[in-house]
Design a protein around this ligand. Structure first.
Ligand code: 5GP
Ligand code: ZN
Length: 138
């Protein structure tokens, strides 16, 4: 189902122009309009869903199966040294467009894209406790 207010649904339906690199029945990949680096590509399912966890496994597979080839193609076309695959869920996680999408972001040494990665440490038994809670929720 499409959302009539959603910009990526409109791109998927061909109602808004985008510079596409791949399209099939379930998925469309296109150039990000405000790239973090040259060759920044977005990969979206044609079905409207806000966050990744709203997708069925089949819907996710239909999009994710293209990621390796798209990443190889971005690498080949840009000659980048590395790639970040990024996927934001929720405003707090920097999601701006509320239609699930993966970013393919070319990386080069000295580029301007930086992570704040505040690695922490678990107190004793906390990781096991959380793992059990996650297993129980699967
Ligand atoms: P988010 O922060 O939601 O993960 O990323 C949304 C991305 O969509 C941003 O990188 C932004 O530049 C891109 N974007 C937003 N609107 C459009 C649009 O109309 N066309 C294209 N091609 N990209 C868009
Ligand atoms: Zn949508």
């Amino acid at each position: 189902m499409a959302d009539s207010e959603c910009i990526f649904c409109k791109i998927a339906a061909g109602e808004i122009r985008a510079v596409k690199v791949l399209e099939d029945d379930a998925c469309v990949a296109f150039m990000d309009i405000a790239p973090l680096a040259e060759g920044h590509v977005l990969v979206t399912p044609k079905t409207h869903a806000v966050t990744l966890d709203e997708l069925t496994a089949d819907q996710a597979e239909a999009m994710l199966k293209h990621l390796p080839a798209l990443t190889r193609a971005v690498r080949a076309a840009t000659g980048c040294e590395g790639v970040n695959i990024l996927q934001n869920n929720g405003r707090v996680a920097h999601q701006v467009v509320m239609h699930v999408h993966f970013h393919i972001i070319p990386r080069n040494s000295g580029d301007k894209f930086h992570f704040n990665w505040p690695a922490g440490k678990y107190p004793p038994a906390r990781a096991e406790q959380l793992a059990e809670a996650i297993r129980n929720a699967l």
